[in-house]
Unconditional design. Sequence first.
Length: 404
Amino acid sequence: MFQINENYLKLPGSYLFSTVGRKSREFIEANPDKKVISLGIGDVTQPLAPAVIEALHKAVDEMANADTFHGYAPDLGYEFLRKAIIDNDYKPRGVDLALDEIFISDGAKSDSGNIGDIFGPDNVIAVCDPVYPVYVDTNAMAGRTGDYVTEEEKWSKVIYMPCTAENHFVPAIPEQTPDMIYICCPNNPTGTTLTRDELQTWVDYANEHKSVIIYDAAYEAYISEEDVPHSIYECEGADTCAIEMRSFSKNAGFTGTRLGFTVIPKKLVCNGTSLNSLWARRHGTKFNGAPYIIQKAGEAVYSEAGKQQTKEQIAYYMRNAKMIREGLQNAGFEVFGGVNAPYIWMKTPDQMSSWDFFDVMLEKYNIVGTPGSGFGPSGEGYFRLTAFGSLENTQEAIGRITKG
Ligand SMILES: *Cc1c(COP(=O)(O)O)cnc(C)c1O
């Protein structure tokens, strides 16, 4: 008789967004006259930039002609795209990468979930708390997290690094030494960042303890402050301890189009084995490439017009972020994030629980946000709002809150 991967049975139900959805629907049905505004989901709303659309149309037409048709893409992705990434994202920041240190993929979610394939089953992982759920759940599927302890809302073998207002959302070095350390910066859900020095501390720690850092930089394009690194490779020695993931989803609106990449420097080795060659093997065996037309669209993000247009999209979302942040502050709330990321992380008033505050926001202001406790136990007492809505809706939502 066949057996299933029983690690899947250990996963607790993912109630966060389904409960948010159900509660919102029930409220709307009971109150058809109310206009409910969602500042809850982490998905973009602006259309793809004109330069991207133009490149897509052109690439589609190429596919109609035998002379310009493209079949399977090269394993690592087309060189035109990897070169554009190196020339635009890394060289200007003083980071030297070779073309075969970049792996094009269909997004940072799959890469951050799949990367575990090349690591041993007994590695101990460390994650920030609250956290993007993909890191923990995919390690649970791989059997690396021990058992789920319901009362604590924690996995027995995972090292949780609380990130709260008390430590300014900077994870402290844990007592137990982790093998794999997940860092997302700028952070989803808290919208906060690490400075270059703070990140350097982690890079030094990882090198010293022979740990690997899985660095998720999906929100890199939203960084506005000088001392926040755009890439972990801006830190000295990161090329011997860090894997970096990037995405075209949040900087260029590719959430439905799908494109991302992972960087694995060849200097990153474990007992003489290069992780770059392991991932090349994995990528070539289990992934058959992001579509040509999408890689051409990705290349257009780096054209002069593409850079200008995507910069304007980000500015649009960040204008919303500023409005939310300042509106909430003026209304007397304690807020974080929203400066280098499209997320605003607020403290619930009067020690209210995240879910109680969800109900207040929905019933009193008709606004949907995300309860912080859904991202981990240290998210309790916080609430996430996103800047991905339209300007008009964001204005109206904040207007309701400031009017009280
Ligand atoms: C949105 C997001 C991603 C992007 O994933 P894609 O698969 O590239 O769309 C990755 N990491 C975090 C933390 C995110 O919020």
